[in-house]
Ligand binder design. Sequence first.
Ligand SMILES: C[S@@+](CC[C@H](N)C(=O)[O-])C[C@H]1O[C@@H](n2cnc3c(N)ncnc32)[C@H](O)[C@@H]1O
Length: 274
Amino acid sequence: MSSNEVEKHYSRGDLYQVIMDALSGAGIDIANLQPEDLEPIEHFHGRGVAATADLAASLALSPSDEVLDIGSGIGGPARYIVRSFGCRVVGIDLTAEFCDVARRLTDAVGLSGKVEFQQASATDLPFDDGRFHAAYSQNVSMNIADKAAMFGEAHRVLRPGGSFALSEIALGDGGPVIYPTPWSEDGVHSHLLTESETVEALRQSGFEIVSVQDNVSATGQFLDAQREAVARDGAPKLGPFILMGDNAKEKGRNTAQNIEEGRARPIEILCRRA
Ligand SMILES: C[S@@+](CC[C@H](N)C(=O)[O-])C[C@H]1O[C@@H](n2cnc3c(N)ncnc32)[C@H](O)[C@@H]1O
């Protein structure tokens, strides 16, 4: 499947308005948006902002660093990094609509000076060699067949000694992945590897592996807490489901089943350009 079809999978056409309507419906004053108002929606991956906080912390960033967010979505992780560590972030994403929404949300919460978004592919980055202090990619590689190109590009644009923090859904041994999932309707543009295959692909691209973390049990706890909250308070008005189209509920249910049955495993890897 071409990158164009991946972009089609993520594009909604009216996403900014959908987000604004959802925020208004949840009682938020959208004329006076605060960065934290976006938090329930803007982290497009399992475990929400907690997963972003974990992955970003692994990079040990300083305010003078420039960070590349590869597959930045609507900009939640990039804005989190700016707010938490004071550094500058450049986000790239294949999906033009996500880049546009990311810019508009960033502007709406007054963070435009510190973060920018460009449409580009992870497999062909429009940056000079050795530019960034750190690179970050959260739940993006599942859509990318050519891991050597993705990891090779991340390696190329990092300074020597720079770190790359990657999270993804890896293949498990519990049976075939059930679709649709948030990253694929039917599995056609899903390119999952096992943890050891991803580690090997990173090594082949020149990275030294610093740590590999299995997030299966943290995700299980998050899913349990989410189910308890729904049973107690009813369905939430805000969540990344807003980004996932009409079958968002089915995608969410399948993700939970895939992880709970060991078909898929959320992992995070920290590696370093030697
Ligand atoms: C599940 S979302 C994650 C977004 C963001 N990292 C986050 O965690 O909020 C996956 C993202 O990967 C992007 N993506 C998929 N293939 C890509 C590629 N080849 N290059 C850049 N971005 C890509 C999609 O457009 C989408 O924004």
